[in-house]
Design a protein around this ligand. Structure first.
Ligand SMILES: C[S@@+](CC[C@H](N)C(=O)[O-])C[C@H]1O[C@@H](n2cnc3c(N)ncnc32)[C@H](O)[C@@H]1O
Length: 320
């Protein structure tokens, strides 16, 4: 297994060398091919690779690679959001989201996050905040369109151009134009009103290294309502070369409920936590919910999904 690990890490380093030499990371045949190869190289989860135990040289490469992936992802979203926003007036951009190369991944990720969210609370969230929504706020769109038809989504992004593109994406939709609201701010400056959301999502690309990620989580812990749910994205095995990892130790002030590691082409792991101090039986607006209380011990269940592959789900002790 060791030499196989070394081989795959060498492939990743080689791809990093090519990507880091690119003039620009905007979508093109070459950029798309390299990022496509990188994602498929990092997808396998049947490996015992732990990126945190690699050499300093590989760790440095990883932190640069995560930043390059984030930059590339931003350009990709900007590119397709611009195309969709410039469709003729009689076309609804939301009817053409499948031109985005990773749209199916977002459909699966949105379903996964909705299912896990439902497992840990039964009251339907009336207001959700998505921090780091981007030019293509697909998580909010997928949840709003397919899973939470009565919920309002407040999308926060530091980049005003991202919000301009995102707003025009939903502006022609009779439903989502009313339920998708955009705020331009660095999450670290968002203080007012964060306590009004039942659920706060933190995008994988907000906080690109451990220090910045913990700073964002600490800020949310300070301003979220007790009992509110925090949904985060992490990474597992080789996928940690693409995105930052969220550890349980990063979640001070929260009760860690579940960490879910997909093994299909949904790249991100999903982490769900609840801000301490609230009643486990009510939402932030006092609505009662009979929370599904996770098992009272930390154990790892391997469950079969409908594609006969193993997934890993870890549930953590509930604080009685
Ligand atoms: C490219 S999007 C990816 C999210 C994806 N569209 C989704 O729906 O899951 C990530 C966004 O996070 C934003 N971002 C990064 N750091 C941020 C911060 N500190 N505060 C708010 N937004 C931030 C970036 O501007 C970028 O648009």
């Amino acid at each position: 297994m060791a030499c196989q690990n070394n081989l795959v890490v060498k492939q990743i380093i080689d791809l990093y060398d090519q990507i880091s030499k690119l003039e620009c990371l905007k979508p093109s045949k070459n950029v798309d091919t390299l990022f496509g190869q990188l994602v498929s190289t990092c997808l396998p989860t049947d490996t015992n690779i732990d990126v945190t135990k690699m050499s300093d040289e590989v760790k440095d490469m990883r932190s640069n690679l995560i930043k390059l992936c984030g930059e590339g992802e931003g350009y990709l979203e900007q590119h397709f959001s611009t195309i969709l926003g410039s469709l003729p007036e009689d076309q609804n951009p939301l009817d053409h989201l499948n031109i985005f190369p990773y749209y199916n991944n977002y459909l699966k990720l949105g379903k996964l996050e909705f299912d896990l969210l439902s497992q840990h609370s039964s009251h339907v969230p009336s207001k959700i905040a998505f921090v780091g929504s981007g030019p293509m706020p697909l998580t909010s769109i997928v949840l709003a369109k397919f899973h939470l038809p009565n919920t309002t989504f407040h999308n926060f992004d530091i980049d005003s151009h991202a919000n301009t593109l995102a707003s025009s994406l939903v502006s022609r939709d009779p439903d989502l134009s009313k339920r998708m609201i955009f705020h331009t701010t660095d999450v670290l400056n968002a203080t007012e009103g964060l306590d009004q959301y039942d659920v706060v999502f933190l995008a994988a690309l907000v906080g690109m290294d451990k220090e910045a990620k913990v700073k964002a989580i600490e800020h949310l812990e300070k301003h979220m309502a007790p009992g509110a749910t925090l949904m985060l994205r992490s990474a597992h095995a080789l996928r940690a070369f693409l995105y930052p990892i969220v550890d349980s130790s990063d979640l001070k002030g929260f009760q860690l409920l579940t960490i879910y590691h997909p093994t299909d082409d949904v790249v991100n792991s999903v982490v769900i936590a609840r801000k301490l101090g609230g009643s486990t039986m009510t939402g932030v607006n006092g609505t009662r919910g009979c929370m599904f209380m996770p098992c009272n011990c930390s154990k790892v269940h391997a469950i079969m999904n409908n594609r006969c592959k193993k997934m890993m789900i870890e549930e953590f002790s509930a604080i009685e």
